[in-house]
Design a protein around this ligand. Structure first.
Ligand SMILES: Cc1cc2nc3c(=O)[nH]c(=O)nc-3n(C[C@H](O)[C@H](O)[C@H](O)COP(=O)(O)OP(=O)(O)OC[C@H]3O[C@@H](n4cnc5c(N)ncnc54)[C@H](O)[C@@H]3O)c2cc1C
Length: 411
């Protein structure tokens, strides 16, 4: 028996390997990582790990003994090639590892933009633990930080830097922050929170050059003619799927490794999960790639179960969180621009309820964890109609309580 080989020891890769064992899989499980560190959690990299003295041991995905105890062979990579005809992968050291089933969990990398000056010292991107160490060192000395991109990572880094007393400017080319992921009311709340903390925010603004002196960044020039002084710059302009290995092996790709509803690639002996995988919607032919811990974890668990024998297609309710200083943002469902929205709560603590095709589609919560948890419980069971929501005056928690009470009565 050749067993299962997993490429990528991040959230998705570790989850599939661990779930194979907890699900009773007896064959060999090999987990190939490409980083020098023991598998670790990525979300703290833009949050706690930017604080002085934060210890990387706190962010281990599993204790060191876990892998040996569960007969999961951790191998240093990277995998450089897949020989599909012979069902084997080639490691960087030239050795081959054979598989019965291969799982690609190669994640994503920071999007690179064409901009002069990105090679200057003081310019950082953030994906790995080594990136976080480098950024933390740079923030220790920095007085002025410019963040390029008002997405989740950019805004989280802005919070961490402001906490250190650094003067922070965020440049976002869109008209609002977090524009791809949240609705306008949430963007507004996030922007207001950062401005209240002293972050300077330029929306609808583009960087044209990172300017430097003696090899170190000194400023960022913008399209509208601003020259923003900086001794540190963070690039937070999104990420791209790590699908090169799959593409070279002849698997179908397109903004990620294309997978069907069973998370199979175009080769049924190879699955793809997590940030690298783009799930194709059979009715429209379009594909969607989700970058979140929930998605990586649920897809890892699902593929393990499917390898063991589960036969239903993948289904999960997407959810996400982001902590930006005292602001706690939590989302359930994927936001769409065409939704009808109802805002419940006050300026400090509220949730935006979105209705699509007459049913509850997403709930975005700002400092409102109770509503978030209730929305997850609801959407994991059913998609309530707008009439049901209106009956409780859009109180998602009340509707969740009703549903639980009904379930308990039936049981
Ligand atoms: C700074 C930061 C903050 C985040 N914060 C949040 C958050 O608050 N909430 C949230 O839900 N999500 C957050 N995310 C997103 C979340 O971390 C990702 O969605 C998640 O890590 C995806 O897991 P993955 O296993 O698919 O990919 P990854 O965790 O990226 O793991 C992929 C691994 O595969 C390895 N690899 C790639 N190619 C090869 C190869 N050829 N051979 C061997 N190994 C290979 C890579 O080195 C990497 O270690 C954050 C991400 C970042 C970068």
């Amino acid at each position: 028996m050749r067993g299962v080989v997993v490429v990528g020891a991040g959230h998705a890769g570790v989850e599939v390997a661990a779930s194979l064992r907890t699900g009773g899989y007896h064959g060999p499980v090999t987990l190939v990582g490409a980083e020098e560190h023991h598998p670790y959690e990525r979300p703290p990299l833009s949050k706690e790990m930017l604080d002085d003295g934060a210890d990387p041991a706190m962010i281990s995905l599993r204790p060191a003994a876990f892998f040996a105890d569960h007969r999961i062979t951790l191998r240093p990579g990277p995998v450089v090639d897949i020989e599909r005809a012979w069902q084997q992968v080639k490691m960087a050291d030239g050795r081959w590892v054979a598989y019965d089933h291969l799982v690609l969990a190669t994640g994503a990398s920071p999007r690179r933009v064409e901009l002069a000056g990105l090679g200057l010292r003081g310019v950082a991107e953030l994906r790995t633990l080594n990136d976080a160490f480098a950024l933390r060192a740079s923030l220790t000395a920095a007085k002025r930080l410019v963040v390029l991109g008002g997405g989740f990572i950019g805004m989280e880094v802005a919070s961490a830097a402001v906490k250190r007393g650094i003067e922070v400017t965020v440049i976002e080319q869109g008209e609002r922050v977090l524009g791809r992921a949240v609705s306008p009311p949430v963007s507004q709340a996030v922007a207001a929170h950062h401005c209240a903390q002293g972050v300077r925010l330029y929306l609808g603004e583009r960087a044209t050059e990172v300017v430097g002196e003696a090899g170190h960044v000194t400023a960022v020039a913008t399209e509208s003619g601003r020259l923003l002084p900086a001794d540190a710059v963070v690039l937070g302009v999104g990420s791209v799927a790590e699908d090169g290995l799959a593409g070279r092996a002849g698997l179908a790709t397109g903004n990620g490794v294309l997978v069907d509803r069973w998370l199979n690639t175009s080769d049924p002996l190879i699955s793809a999960i997590g940030d690298c995988a783009a799930v194709v919607d059979p009715s429209t032919g379009s594909s969607r790639r989700v970058e979140s811990i929930q998605n990586a974890t649920d897809q890892g668990r699902y593929v393990a179960a499917r390898i063991i024998g589960w036969r239903k297609p993948f289904r999960a309710v997407p959810w996400f969180w982001s902590n930006q200083g005292s602001l706690k943002l939590q989302l359930v469902g994927l936001v769409s621009n065409d939704d009808r929205r109802i805002v419940c709560g006050d300026e400090e603590r509220f949730s935006v309820i979105s209705v699509r095709d007459g049913r509850l589609a997403t709930v975005e919560s700002v400092n409102d964890p109770g509503t978030h948890m209730a929305a997850r419980r609801l959407l994991e069971r059913a998609t309530p109609t707008e009439a049901e929501l209106m009956d409780v005056d859009y109180d998602v928690r009340a509707l969740a309580r009703q549903m639980m009470a009904k379930e308990a009565a039936v049981a």
